[in-house]
Design a protein. Structure first.
Length: 577
């Protein structure tokens, strides 16, 4: 009943079968056979489900014998063709009927006339959408003629692609004859099948998938977008990548290593980051923070090779050797926490070698894996400054992982553009725009390390805002005074007696999630906040002293002139007397 309820929702990919896998005859994850890790009570669940009940009780047909002998893809019959939506113009209808007639050896307008259509009437409004009987249903044509017209019409509407997408359904996505789960399934499209979307109608899309066309549920289609960057001619060292000289941020003498890295990355790639961020409505500081969180903002290592990270657990799924034990002879990882304890060895008798954190070691294990299966190895690495996984090559508009690898290895620009295409293609823009970095990190890196990556992104963003977005204002021009006059003014100011001021309250310390002090939740972010506040106080004190001196110098100069005039007057009076 739960499965039936699930399938009744058109937003869900229908469950077609429930398969129970039996564990080997030994303990697995410290649980006896027939059990499933972390699912106590599963035996009782199945015992209840397998009670004698009629198939109608579950609103689903009982399994049929011989399913295993069915072909993977049933042939497409005439009655399994989708109806083409009204997305074609009168001119396109004319073209389809004309070309189909010629292809069948008929007179140019024979099919149009037998279909009962009026050529002058259609031609009078060539650019209007066709509103007559669907071409594939014209009563005066034979089935073969309708099929020929339909094929020509598909070619006509293909040029009107709205956007490009990928199937995002590991178990496959049903291509149907019409919108709705009650319509006939034409074929089940494999995961990552390329689609041309001709009509976006909300929950359902009319698409072309190779030779097939039909309707798919939109929630299982990943949109891919090519970002135009207007690259300037020449190498990546041009001003189109870097900030203009006038906007370069100067490194502070007391800056930490992390702050220096942020400044250098911003100066090197800020020009491109600002333009791309503006087009997508993203804060460039967030894009910079993501770059720094992923690879410290470095697209290439010191030896000129791009930054990579080889993921052993991904390679385990991508590589399918004839002998499965071959993987275990050369690679290992923590099966309970797959992102931990990655190691490899070139031969079964060699010691295990950890490699994360060392680019030379990362390339060594990648080169070894590449010798076993190049495509699987490339799909199993994250590449360049944005650290996009190779298996996402289609999502960033590369036809193959080899093409992505070559582009990222050759150009820092390609890496940064890939970041923006990936962010948009994975529908992560809303999370960035609302500042939900936990959701963004989970979508970008996966849920395993989402908390850690979100904290790093917040920390780097705080540094960006303190150093780049709100730099300390330059002090106003002041009147330079002689050293002796400054000393006199400083002494005079010190001798002025004023009322003891009330102590000003200290800035309230920032609070992290759950009401805990930020110093406990994220010490690195707290240190950045504290340094920013202290630097602000120092700048304020310096500006106050200079401003006060600038105002006091004319005052004391005026007093001195009055004293001088007084003395001259007294002297003149004495001489006159």
């Amino acid at each position: 009943e739960e499965i039936a309820d699930w399938n009744a929702n058109p937003a869900h990919q229908p469950i077609q079968a429930l398969v129970l896998y039996r564990w080997p005859p030994r303990e697995v994850h410290h649980q006896a056979q027939w059990s499933i890790a972390d699912r106590p009570g599963i035996i009782e669940d199945f015992r209840q489900a397998l009670q004698l009940q009629p198939a109608e009780r579950f609103h689903a047909p009982a399994p049929r014998a011989g399913l295993a002998s069915l072909p993977d893809r049933p042939p497409v019959h005439d009655h399994q063709l989708a109806r083409i939506p009204r997305i074609y113009t009168n001119q396109q209808a004319i073209n389809a009927l004309h070309d189909a007639a010629l292809a069948l050896g008929e007179a140019a307008w024979a099919l149009l006339e037998r279909g009962g259509l009026d050529l002058p009437q259609l031609a009078a409004q060539r650019e209007s959408l066709y509103g007559g009987t669907p071409l594939e249903e014209l009563a005066g044509l034979t089935a073969g003629e309708r099929a020929a017209v339909r094929g020509r019409l598909i070619e006509e509407v293909r040029s009107g692609r709205q956007w490009h997408g990928l199937v995002n359904a590991p178990d496959g996505l049903n291509l149907r004859t019409a919108p709705g789960t009650d319509s006939t399934v034409i074929v089940t499209l494999a995961h990552e099948t390329s689609l041309d979307v001709l009509l976006d109608a909300g929950d359902w899309l009319y698409v072309l998938a190779g030779p097939d066309d039909g309707y798919v549920f939109a929630a299982h289609v990943l949109r891919t977008v090519a970002v135009s960057t207007e690259p300037a001619p020449g190498s990546d060292d041009g001003l189109d990548l870097a900030l203009p000289a006038a906007e370069q941020v100067v490194e502070m003498a007391d800056a930490s290593d992390a702050e220096r890295r942020l400044i250098r990355t911003w100066n090197s790639f800020g020009g491109l980051l600002k333009r791309l961020s503006e087009r997508l409505g993203i804060d460039p500081g967030v894009a910079l923070a993501v770059l720094l969180a992923e690879s410290a903002g470095e697209p290439f290592a010191a030896d000129g090779r791009m930054i990579i990270r080889f993921e052993v657990h991904i390679f385990d799924g991508e590589w399918q050797p004839a002998d499965p034990s071959q993987f275990d002879r050369h690679f290992r990882y923590n099966r309970e926490s797959v992102v931990q304890d990655h190691a490899w060895r070139p031969s079964p008798d060699a010691p295990w070698r950890p490699f994360h954190g060392n680019q030379a070691a990362e390339w060594e294990v990648f080169t070894f894996a590449r010798s076993l299966d190049e495509t699987a190895a490339m799909r199993s690495i994250s590449m360049g400054a944005p650290q996009v996984m190779g298996f996402n090559h289609l999502a960033i508009d590369y036809p193959s992982v080899q093409a992505m690898f070559a582009a990222f290895q050759a150009s820092a620009r390609a890496q940064i553009e890939g970041l923006f295409r990936f962010v948009q293609g994975r529908f992560l823009l809303p999370a960035i725009q609302r500042g939900d970095f936990l959701a963004f990190a989970a979508g970008y890196n996966g849920p395993g390390n989402a908390e850690a990556y979100a904290g790093i992104i917040r920390s780097r963003l705080a540094s960006y805002q303190a150093i780049v977005a709100t730099p300390a204002a330059a002090p106003p021009p002041i009147i330079e005074a002689a050293d002796s006059q400054e000393d006199e003014m400083a002494e005079a100011v010190q001798n002025i007696v004023v009322a003891e001021p009330q102590a000003l309250p200290a800035p309230a310390p920032p609070v992290g999630p759950g009401g805990k002090p930020l110093a406990e939740v994220d010490p690195e972010l707290y240190d950045a906040w504290r340094k920013h506040v202290e630097r602000g106080f120092e700048n304020n004190n310096r500006m106050f002293d200079r401003t006060l001196n600038a105002y006091m110098y004319p005052y004391w100069l005026t007093v001195g002139m009055y004293v001088l005039l007084f003395l001259v007057g007294i002297s003149a009076f004495i001489v006159a007397a």
